[in-house]
Design a protein around this ligand. Structure first.
Ligand SMILES: [Fe+2]
Length: 246
C-alpha cells in the first residue's frame, strides 16, 4: 500500500514540538538523512566520567559522543561497563541527523574483530585473548577460564583461586559428602577430632610417629594380637600370670 501524504499537523505532535517542519533544501535533507545512521569505527575512548568515544565515519571524525552500553540502570540497579575497543565497528545514531547528538552502538563483528564462537548452542563472553566464560546449552556446561585469579566473595567469605593455589576463607566450612579423599598430604593446624573411628597405615618410612603424650580411655590396646594396655599381664615363671602393670 502506498503511503499517503498527510499534513504534518495530522501526524500528532508532542508538547513543545512545532507542527511546522523546518525549511530544508533537498541537499540539506539528504545530509540529515545520511547522518541519521552512519557506520564507523571507534577511534578514541575516554573512560572517565562522562565516558565518551570519538568515531571515524569515512572522512568524518565525530566529537566526543556516548556509547550505548548493555544496561545503565544506575548504582542501585543493573548497569554494565565496558569501554569499546579502539577500531571496534559501530553504528552512529544521530537524532534528527545531528551528529552532535550522536550515540555509538558497538557490537557488530568484522573481519579483523571476529565472532568468538561458531556454535548456535554457545553463549560466550571473551574478556581478553585468554579469559572467557562459555555456556553450552547442548551440553549443559559452563566454563569460566581466567588466567591469573578468580575471587568469589560473599560477605566475609572469600574463595580465591590462582594457578599457584586456592584459599577459602570462611567462618565455618562443611563438606557434606559420604566420602572425601585427599590425594596428597593434609595438615590440620587446629584440634583434630574424629567421631567414628580411625584406621590407616604407615607411609614410606614404615612407621607412625606421635610427639607428645597420649591418653587412652577404655577399650584395649593390642600389638600383633596381644594386649599391651592397662589390663595386660605376663606369664609368671612360678605359674599363673603376673598382675597388671602398676
Ligand atoms: Fe608389661
Amino acid at each position: 500500500m502506498r503511503a499517503r501524504w498527510r499534513p504534518r499537523v495530522a501526524l500528532g505532535t508532542m508538547a513543545g514540538m512545532s507542527d511546522q517542519a523546518p525549511e530544508h533544501s533537498p541537499v540539506e535533507l539528504y545530509r540529515l538523512l545520511a547522518n541519521l545512521i552512519r557506520e564507523g569505527r571507534v577511534e578514541e575512548v575516554r573512560p572517565g566520567r562522562p565516558a565518551r568515544c570519538r568515531v571515524r565515519a569515512g572522512e568524518l571524525l565525530t566529537n566526543w559522543v556516548p556509547w550505548i552500553s548493555l544496561a545503565a540502570g544506575g548504582g542501585q540497579q543493573t548497569r554494565h561497563w565496558r569501554v569499546p575497543a579502539i577500531g571496534e565497528p559501530c553504528l552512529l545514531f544521530s537524532p534528527e541527523g545531528d551528529l552532535g547528538q550522536a550515540s555509538a552502538l558497538v557490537g557488530s563483528f568484522s573481519e579483523d574483530m571476529p565472532q568468538g564462537s561458531e556454535s548456535a548452542d554457545v553463549e560466550r563472553h571473551d574478556f581478553s585473548a585468554t579469559d572467557y566464560w562459555e555456556h553450552n546449552r547442548q551440553d549443559d556446561t559452563l566454563v569460566l577460564d581466567i588466567a591469573q585469579a578468580i575471587t568469589l566473595r560473599v560477605g566475609t567469605s572469600t574463595l580465591h583461586i590462582t594457578p599457584e593455589g586456592t584459599t577459602l576463607t570462611t567462618p565455618e566450612y562443611t563438606v557434606d559428602s559420604a566420602q572425601t579423599t585427599f590425594t596428597g598430604a593434609a595438615t590440620v593446624e587446629g584440634l583434630f577430632t574424629f567421631n567414628a573411628g580411625i584406621a590407616g597405615k604407615a607411609g614410606a618410612s614404615g612407621k607412625n610417629s606421635v610427639q607428645g603424650g597420649m591418653d587412652f580411655e577404655g577399650g584395649q590396646i593390642n600389638h600383633d594380637g596381644k594386649n599391651i594396655g592397662g589390663t595386660h599381664a605376663h606369664p609368671d615363671p612360678h605359674g599363673g600370670n603376673t598382675e597388671g602393670p602398676q
